[in-house]
Design a protein around this ligand. Structure first.
Ligand code: ZN
Length: 198
């Protein structure tokens, strides 16, 4: 994209590096920023800096949090005996948006993939097993229905079953190879309610 300002050009390049932002949207955002009142931009930059400097991972479930323990893990109304295992935060947010699930989560930080060199040690599996020494009734495996997600679910099922804890897998409805974060809420709810005990 040719334009009259090198500074603007640089901003467009930075914005283009963000996930989901194509060339056109980067241009649109950059022009919006260039024309916006100074206070608006300052408050945007502030919000970015605050997140960068203060965000941490919850010590229990490993989701992003402002505190050592996130507001889901510290919520007394959530059922700590039911743990839903997801690959990443975006999947957790997708389930939170459905609003029906009252248990807690465990964020693995990805899925097993021999091809990409991601083994059990690269994921928060040890940490999940440590959580299971407390009084846990059910682990819901809500990894994606991709090959990696299925491999991870099978691996975890084999680890957890001998502990005599109920292990379930979200039902079909989440399309094969589909990412949970892109699935609509009705389908997610159906997948959760129709989960199969392994
Ligand atoms: Zn947490």
């Amino acid at each position: 994209m040719i334009n009259s300002s090198e500074n603007l050009q640089r901003l467009i390049k930075e914005l283009e590096n963000l996930p989901g932002v194509g060339r056109k949207s980067a241009g649109r955002l950059a022009y919006h920023i260039a024309n916006a009142p100074k206070e608006k931009i300052e408050s945007l930059v502030n919000a970015i800096n605050i997140v960068r400097d203060n965000i941490k991972k919850c010590k229990i479930c490993f989701c992003l949090s402002d505190d050592d323990i996130c507001n889901i893990c510290s919520n007394e109304n959530r059922n700590k005996k039911q743990i839903m295992v997801v690959e990443n935060e975006r999947d957790m947010i997708a389930y939170e948006n459905v609003g029906e699930y009252k248990g807690v989560y465990h964020i693995l930080g990805g899925a097993l993939s021999p091809l990409l060199g991601i083994g059990p040690n690269e994921l928060k599996i040890k940490e999940l097993m440590a959580r299971l020494s407390a009084d846990v009734e059910e682990v819901i495996l809500a990894t994606n229905s991709s090959v990696e997600g299925e491999t991870t679910a099978t691996y975890l099922m084999k680890l957890i079953k001998p502990l005599n804890i109920k292990v379930s897998r979200i039902a079909s409805g989440v399309p094969v190879g589909g990412d949970i974060e892109n699935v609509d809420e009705v389908t997610l709810l159906r997948a959760l309610n129709g989960r199969l005990v392994l």
